[in-house]
Write a protein of this length. Structure first.
Length: 262
């Protein structure tokens, strides 16, 4: 079975690329992040015509997550237990966000996750990010005894090797010790970065900003991951980052990450 994750940065803008990607790589399960639309706005007819069941969550033009599966789609769950809610400071009210959706696909529990960005270390959104990760960790502990994949855009570069120039990010999010500790906590709990053994660094990334030809100069970050429970990790037979999907006109700023399991 082939599972992929991709921050598509607007499904409506990139539906042709998504359909071509599914066809080219014969993907069985695709987890998407940043679909950026309400559920009723998503262009899903071509996906369904290809034999995929779809589970989507989206409330506005921000965030949004989805899972497409042609090997079954059961026990769909939007949001995980204890998931924090972002509160808009200027309004003092909770703002619904679509950042997590889970489903059982071919016997594997897949969670498509779009971890909050954090913005800046002194921003309330950074506190929200750390709380979000802490609550996800608590929920994920209960999923470890089954084949489970926590996939998506984690908005964390766990090591300096995952950043094109660590010195440029000293005062930025994605690399701060609390964020890295939050990511490491999942590994300490038994989840495994199943892609790294098959796509070793250095200079192996999943995200390149559109700014100043970052992709062409390979000035990227590795922030998209597949973390598998032991029962999932032991079945992995291969993995790769489809770097070429980042190239060309109309590309997302993220590349898909693909994992094969027996």
């Amino acid at each position: 079975m082939r599972i992929a994750t991709w921050n598509v940065n607007s499904l409506r803008s990139r539906i042709d690329r998504v359909e071509a990607f599914l066809d080219r790589h014969e993907v069985d399960v695709l987890a998407l992040q940043e679909t950026k639309a309400r559920v009723d706005q998503l262009p899903l007819l071509g996906i369904e015509a290809r034999g995929y069941d779809v589970a989507v969550a989206g409330v506005d033009q921000w965030n949004g997550v989805a899972i497409f599966s042609r090997v079954g789609l059961e026990e769909v769950q939007t949001g995980f237990p204890g998931q924090p809610v972002w509160t808009k400071e200027e309004q003092g009210e909770a703002a619904p966000e679509s950042r997590a959706i889970g489903a059982t696909c071919g016997g594997v529990r897949v969670w498509s996750l779009y971890v909050p960005n954090g913005r800046k270390p002194d921003d309330p959104h950074y506190v929200y990010k750390l709380e979000w990760l802490a609550r996800l960790r608590e929920a994920a502990r209960a999923w470890r005894d089954q084949p489970t994949a926590l996939v998506g855009d984690w908005n964390i570069a766990p090591t300096d090797e995952d950043v094109f120039d660590p010195a440029q990010f000293v005062r930025s999010t994605h690399v701060t010790p609390p964020e890295r500790a939050a990511f490491q906590a999942f590994l300490d709990d038994g989840y495994v970065d199943v892609v790294r053994p098959h796509a070793p660094g250095p200079e192996v990334y999943t995200y390149w900003d559109y700014y100043r030809q970052r992709f062409e100069r390979n000035r990227g970050l590795r922030i998209d991951f597949v973390l598998g429970s032991a029962a999932f990790a032991e079945r992995v037979t291969g993995a790769f980052i489809d770097r070429e999907e980042r190239a060309g006109t109309g590309a997302s700023d993220h590349a898909p990450v693909v994992v094969d399991i027996a």
